[in-house]
Ligand binder design. Structure first.
Ligand code: G3P
Length: 214
């Protein structure tokens, strides 16, 4: 499974990349707004650090505006994936940008029907928001799993990004359901690495080593 970081924070991205296990980055307008930096410069900097797919989202709501923004964003770096919200206008923009060889991550996917339409429009990635579905009493991973199965059975050239991941158990669900990619807040990556028995084990090994060598 690929691991993307869901952040626009340079320190977090550098730390993740240093770990050597990051396959890409996703951002969204909320994450970018937190950084209080020039959007395009920030995207360029992230791409230079990650050297792998970096999703940058359009703000326009009309197809023409999304298309224009998408072309601008994709000109920043070969690594940019243009993130487009799922709407009818978004489908039109996705098709047009795909025809220009721009990779699209269609975001805010909350149903299998939306996922099918995104794939048919040519999206390279689709992002079902598992956490936000769980928030309203639905099963987020049921959708992610169905998206994954649909892509396999019809042979779409598209990868599923499980987004809106809220805790390490969500990552385990992604693994168990063979989801292509999970995009994680940095805090969850940290949580994934921790286990009290690992810490206790290291402490005990060192203690025994010191006893034997004192
Ligand atoms: O990047 C999209 C997604 O991961 C947002 O997550 O926690 O705001 O629902 P959240």
């Amino acid at each position: 499974m690929k691991i993307f970081l869901d952040t626009a924070n340079i320190d977090e991205i550098k730390k993740g990349v240093d770990l050597g296990i990051i396959d890409g980055v996703t951002t969204n307008p909320t994450l970018v707004a937190k950084e209080k930096k020039d959007f395009k410069k920030l995207v360029k900097e992230i791409c230079e650090i990650v050297k792998a797919p970096v999703s940058a989202e359009v703000i326009s709501l009309d197809a023409e505006g999304m298309y224009r923004e998408g072309l601008e964003l994709s000109s920043i770096s070969e690594h940019v994936v243009v993130k487009i919200p799922f709407t009818p206008e978004g489908l039109v923009a996705t098709r047009k940008l795909t025809e220009k060889d721009v990779s699209i991550n269609m975001t805010l996917i909350f149903s299998l029907n939306q996922a099918l339409l995104a794939c048919k429009a040519g999206a390279r990635y689709i992002s079902p928001f598992v956490g936000r579905l769980d928030d309203i009493g639905h099963n987020g991973f049921e959708l992610a799993k169905n998206c994954q199965e649909m892509i396999l059975s019809y042979g779409f050239d598209c990868e599923v990004i499980a987004a809106s991941i809220r805790h390490p158990q969500h990552v385990i669900e992604a693994i168990k359901n063979n989801i292509d990619i999970a995009t994680l807040p940095f805090s969850i990556l940290i949580q994934m690495m921790k286990h009290p028995l690992t810490d206790i084990g290291i402490e005990k090994f060192l203690e025994d080593w010191k006893k034997a060598n004192s």
